[in-house]
Every structure is written in structure tokens, then in C-alpha cells.
Design a protein around this ligand. Structure first.
Ligand SMILES: [Mg+2]
Length: 219
């Protein structure tokens, strides 16, 4: 059994790559944005990708990376509108809904904790109708720090007063899991298949699920 549910009272869940297929975000940033950028600058998609790569790289792990306003301005593209354009690709990962339904019937407090910008979060909730399953939905943009930063966890704990020893975080980002571990959250689970279109990842430092059936044992 991966989690002893008897010892857990708070479940923190990441959104993209944990509950939702990361294929949407990967396709959006790696294919769709370069395509639109290429059209706008009258260059090839390949050169657009080459120009964008270092810009994306330099913002990794920063709050701006997740900020649609930042990218709309930096790239002179309406990122929110572009997301709506391909929102048909937004999809819930396998067995997530069953897991959330089961959690809803339990006594666990369930909180969505995401680095996604509010516009992106709203679009995804509108497309998936998952908001009903959460007691609280927290965007790191409301807190002012991304999950990679200790300040995020300090402030989240002040807001939600969870016990680090009886809390589990499920998140596909190793940088986020490392940050939560440093803060002291005791139960940490990774996701080995955040993108259904990519091969399974080998995760060494944390127990990892391929899908949520593995966490439903004992719940
Ligand atoms: Mg994620």
C-alpha cells in the first residue's frame, strides 16, 4: 500500500500533470505558441522554437513562468485566447475522477494547489468540472510565490493550518516535491506518466504512481 490512509487527513493535489494530462500544456508551449509566434513574425516554426527556447528556459521555476499576462506581454500574443483555441485538448488523466469521488466520500480535506495562473485554472475547471471535488482551490499567484519556494508552503500552512505529518502531496514536479519535503510535508507522491503522449518516467526519489488506482487501496 502506497499510502496508509488512516494516517492522512489532508490531501494536496497538483493540477497539470497530476490530475490533468500534461499533453495539453506541452502541446501548447512546444507546438502551438511557436506556430503562432512564427505566423506573427513571418518566420519558420523551427526558428520560432529556437528563439523561444532560451526565453522559456530562463523563466523556469519562477512565478512568471506560470503567468499568462507575463507571456502575453513578452511574446505579444494573447496567451489566454490561444489556450481557449485549443482547449479541446484539456483532459483528465485516467482514473482521476474515480479517485476524487472516493476522496469526497472520505473525511479527508482535499485542496488543489497549483502554479497555474487563475485564467488557466478557470479554463481548466470549466472544461473538466473538477472544482466540486475540492474544499479549497489555491493558485500560487494568489499567494505570491510558486510551490518551488518555501514561502508558498509557509503561507499555505498559515491559511489552511494543516499538519505536515498527516498531509500528503501528490505532484508530478520533482522541484515542487523537493520544496515540500524541505518544508517538512511527510507524505510525498510523484506521477510517472504526467503526459499520456510521452513514455513513462523513472522516478527515483519518491514513490510514484502511474495512475490513481494505485492510491485507491485502503481509501
Ligand atoms: Mg504539475
Amino acid at each position: 500500500m502506497m499510502i496508509d490512509w488512516e494516517k492522512i487527513d489532508t490531501v494536496l493535489l497538483d493540477m497539470d500533470g497530476t490530475l490533468l494530462d500534461l499533453n495539453f500544456d506541452n502541446h501548447f508551449w512546444h507546438e502551438f505558441v511557436p506556430l503562432k509566434y512564427a505566423e506573427q513574425h513571418n518566420i519558420s516554426v523551427e526558428s520560432a522554437k529556437m528563439q523561444l527556447r532560451p526565453q522559456f528556459k530562463s523563466m523556469e521555476g519562477k512565478l512568471e513562468w506560470y503567468c499568462l499576462d507575463y507571456w502575453s506581454e513578452a511574446l505579444n500574443l494573447n496567451i489566454t485566447e490561444l489556450k481557449v483555441e485549443i482547449s479541446g485538448l484539456i483532459a483528465i488523466l485516467p482514473h482521476v475522477t474515480e479517485f476524487l469521488e472516493k476522496l469526497q466520500q472520505s473525511s479527508q480535506k482535499v485542496i488543489l494547489v497549483t502554479n497555474a495562473h487563475r485564467d488557466s485554472l478557470d479554463l481548466k475547471m470549466e472544461k473538466t468540472c473538477l472544482q466540486q471535488f475540492f474544499h479549497h482551490i489555491i493558485s500560487s499567484h494568489d499567494i505570491g510565490f510558486p510551490k518551488e519556494n518555501q514561502q508558498f508552503w509557509n503561507q499555505l500552512q498559515r491559511q489552511q493550518s494543516f499538519d505536515k505529518n498527516t498531509t500528503v502531496l501528490i505532484d508530478d514536479s520533482l522541484a515542487v516535491l523537493n520544496s515540500a519535503q524541505l518544508f517538512g510535508i511527510k507524505h510525498l507522491i510523484s506521477v510517472s506518466k504526467p503526459d499520456t503522449q510521452q513514455p513513462i518516467r523513472t522516478i527515483l526519489n519518491y514513490p510514484a504512481i502511474e495512475d490513481f488506482r494505485e492510491l485507491m487501496v485502503g481509501l
